[in-house]
Design a protein around this ligand. Structure first.
Ligand SMILES: Cc1cc2nc3c(=O)[nH]c(=O)nc-3n(C[C@H](O)[C@H](O)[C@H](O)COP(=O)(O)OP(=O)(O)OC[C@H]3O[C@@H](n4cnc5c(N)ncnc54)[C@H](O)[C@@H]3O)c2cc1C
Length: 342
């Protein structure tokens, strides 16, 4: 059967995942519109293939070549949909680079996303794990999204309620996992703008600079500076950001752990549970700066696993498992990986 011109074969994914792990996509198609999705669903050579949606590859650990049809999402465009008295509604294509959206909204005077500056990846992936940082989650600024059902080819629009957002979680990691490709996301940026400064490192910036009422641009710059000082730049050192979720425990469990180690870093949650700093647990087990094979634990932040050069996915997984075992052995807590392991 002749191959459709829009179907690419044997595409290296090494430059398409921020860990820089080697893997090949047997078949890859670029999605620039909803119609592109319908075309591949209707085509005889791709209609029945299993599929994998790929954004910026910044939340992936690739341990194998990909036999599924890779849908590389490249839907472009940012526009102001509506200027209401209480909010700006802004829409972005799922293929837009997340940080470019944040920077663009600040430049245009539509603030509200600044705490999420510099998070790698695409707009379309942001709702999938409800990205969050520095006291803000995408769910806090989300309006609705459009996608295409990968079974029926029908267009769908999902409200915030239907997305079932949770901590690094959404319906796209649950019942809709692998079933929908998100093509556009709309954000609700509240007016008047108020800065979100409750996070410790931002409080420090307020104290250091003496600026207690920063502009959106100042908060954006602070976040970029904080992140650059602490996280490895994936263009230089391969990584997927935080490798484990911060575990959430009950008050009794938290008390028990504090009993064993009074220095454990913990944050009370509104529902009475406690979030523990996974990076602290990993560091307490002595992993900071250590390596297994060519995969390592970042020297400045134990929550980040890095590619020390030509690592393969299996080495990252071996290191992650060893860390999970030691944290479980010492604290009785099972760390859950944040990235998708394939
Ligand atoms: C240095 C670094 C720092 C990071 N910091 C943070 C942080 O502070 N907070 C945070 O939350 N995350 C952080 N991350 C993780 C990552 O940036 C986010 O998870 C990001 O949203 C992933 O986007 P992506 O486009 O790269 O998704 P990918 O890695 O390509 O895909 C991730 C998952 O989303 C699915 N997916 C992607 N696009 C779509 C789509 N259009 N429709 C349906 N499903 C889709 C994929 O199938 C896959 O399951 C960091 C990563 C790095 C490397």
């Amino acid at each position: 059967m002749p191959t459709a011109p829009w179907l690419e074969s044997d595409v290296s994914l090494k430059a398409l995942n921020t860990f820089g792990l080697p893997a090949v996509a047997r078949r890859l198609v670029r999605i620039r519109s909803d119609a592109d999705v319908r075309r591949l669903l209707d085509a005889p050579e791709t209609g029945r293939m299993a599929r994998l949606v790929l954004g910026g590859g910044s939340n992936l650990v690739l341990t194998r070549d990909i036999d599924e049809l890779v849908l590389k999402v490249e839907v472009d465009g940012i526009r102001l949909v509506e200027e209401r008295s209480d909010a700006y509604i802004v829409e972005a294509g799922a293929g837009v680079t997340w940080h470019d959206l944040v920077a663009h909204t600040i430049e245009q005077g539509w603030p509200g996303l600044e705490n999420l500056a510099l998070i790698p990846g695409t707009v379309g992936a942001a709702p999938v794990q409800n990205i969050g940082a520095y006291g803000l989650e995408v769910a806090d600024r989300f309006d609705e999204l459009d996608g295409v059902d990968l079974v029926t080819g029908r267009g769908v629009t999902l409200s915030k309620r239907l997305c079932l957002f949770g901590y690094r979680d959404s319906v796209f990691k649950g019942v809709l996992a692998g079933k929908t490709v998100i093509t556009r996301v709309r954000f609700r940026l509240p007016r008047p703008w108020t800065p979100v400064l409750g996070y410790l490192e931002l409080e420090r910036k307020v104290a250091e600079t003496g600026i207690s009422d920063p502009t959106p641009r100042q908060v954006f710059d602070w976040i970029c500076a904080i992140r650059r000082a602490k996280l490895p730049d994936p263009t230089r050192i391969g990584n997927a950001g935080s490798f484990f979720k911060n575990p959430v425990v009950t008050e009794d469990q938290c008390r028990d752990i504090i009993g064993r180690d009074p220095h454990v870093v913990h944050y009370p949650m509104p529902d009475g549970s406690f979030k523990l700093a996974a990076g602290w647990l990993i560091e307490a087990c002595g992993w900071k700066g250590k390596s297994i094979g060519r995969a390592g634990v970042y020297e400045k932040q134990a929550l980040v696993l890095v590619n020390r050069g030509d690592a393969i996915g299996a080495e990252v997984v071996t290191l992650a498992r060893a860390i999970q075992e030691s944290v479980y052995g010492r604290f009785g807590i099972r760390l859950e990986p944040e990235p998708v392991v394939l």
